[in-house]
Design a protein around this ligand. Structure first.
Ligand code: F0G
Length: 360
């Protein structure tokens, strides 16, 4: 019988894969959960809405180990914290950063602290932070207030801040830009992305720009950022004191990386626009029901945005929409948007089941 030999082909995690682009040395103690290498899924249902030969892909960042793109930045931030001898980390979060921090900190043996806006973090995200053993504290205030507090704590105590003000976060996150180019065999024409604290849009732009500078690609995409209408400081050009949106992950009124995002938008000749909660929920349903990707409620802002502003998309463009997190973290939104009320059992009887399902 003929035998075949398997050769090990294990994804090594993004620090290893993109080591040449990252601030690490051979001595750096890499803390990884093998994040990155997330699927780039074709989205024909979105293409049909836009038409004109436009190609749409979804970069499913919910497929990262803790279910969001935050793992890209966190593998770097925790690795560098360990390298620097830190024993504790802290963040403010709308949920995903903290889930990621908790997992990587736990793995590295660091204590972790989370300050979050009470009542505005989805259940699954808090459950993750608890499961990974983080120290949690809700405040009666929003994300912006929580961030101001943890910045103060990390400035005065030996605790490393792992929000995206930590420059290593964006270094890790920029690898998503590399990956998109590697997967497509070149850059897309447009990169569409939800914007909250504005770190991710800035990181993608850094990635695309570095890939071009090093000659891996010959051009960069336009960056199209989308904020929720009730939390759209960059679109409005001023901070929002009391941001509101169903997409709690991007319920942010004073983005940390505002200036970086503005530069990315200008340099890429992109655009920043607002999408309403209604538009976000429509895109959430489209993605879940017709593409097969259930995203964090912030994620469909990218798809809502390109359909809303389709008139500005040139014929035949290739677009990558980033879905930033996994929808399973927010089961309440999944249940509510389904429109299905409370489920009540029927008898365990063939006829009763067929009747209840409308199959007779
Ligand atoms: N999508 C999801 C699912 C997020 O969790 C976030 C940010 C964003 C988009 C926006 O990315 O802030 O880089 O513009 N979540 C942060 C958190 C604020 O605490 O988890 P951004």
């Amino acid at each position: 019988m003929q035998t075949t030999t398997l050769s090990a082909n294990r994804w090594p995690g993004l620090i290893e894969r993109y080591r040449a682009f990252l601030p690490v040395t051979a001595e750096t103690p890499v803390i990884t959960l093998m994040e990155g290498n997330t699927p780039l899924v074709p989205a024909p249902a979105v293409e049909r809405l836009i038409g004109r030969g436009v190609k749409v892909f979804v970069k499913t960042e919910g497929a990262n180990p803790t279910g969001s793109f935050k793992d890209r930045g966190m593998t770097m931030a925790i690795t560098k914290a360990v390298e620097a001898g830190s024993e504790a980390v802290i963040c403010a979060s709308t949920g995903n950063t903290s889930a990621s921090m908790a997992a990587y900190a736990g793995r590295a043996g660091l204590r972790s602290y989370l300050v979050f806006p009470h009542g505005y973090v989805a259940a699954g995200k808090l459950a993750q932070a608890l499961a990974h053993g983080s120290n949690l504290l809700p405040i009666s205030g929003n994300f912006d207030a929580a961030l101001a507090i943890v910045r103060e704590i990390s400035a005065t105590l030996p605790i490393t801040l792992v929000n995206s003000v930590n420059p290593f976060r964006l270094e890790g996150q920029k690898t998503a830009g590399f990956e998109v180019c590697d997967q497509l065999g070149g850059p897309p024409d447009i990169l569409a992305i939800p914007v909250g604290n504005a770190g991710n849009i800035s990181a993608y732009w850094k990635g695309f720009s570095e890939y071009k500078a090093k000659g891996f690609v010959d051009r960069t995409p336009q960056m199209w950022g989308f904020q929720a209408d009730g939390a759209a400081p960059i679109v409005r050009g001023e901070p929002v004191e009391n941001p509101q949106t169903i997409a709690t992950a991007i319920r942010i009124g004073k983005p940390t990386s505002w200036h970086l995002a503005t530069a990315a938008l200008a340099e890429s000749q992109g655009r920043i626009e607002a999408v309403t909660d209604g538009e976000i929920l429509e895109a959430y349903k489209l993605l879940a029901r017709e593409v097969g990707v259930v995203g964090d409620p912030a994620s469909p802002a990218s798809v809502a945005g390109i359909t809303k502003f389709a008139a500005f998309i040139p014929d035949g463009s290739t677009i990558v929409c980033v879905t930033t997190g996994h929808g399973l973290k927010d089961p309440d939104t999944a249940v509510k948007t389904s429109g299905v009320g409370e489920l009540t059992p029927v008898a365990a009887d063939l006829d009763a089941v067929k009747r209840a399902l409308g199959l007779n």
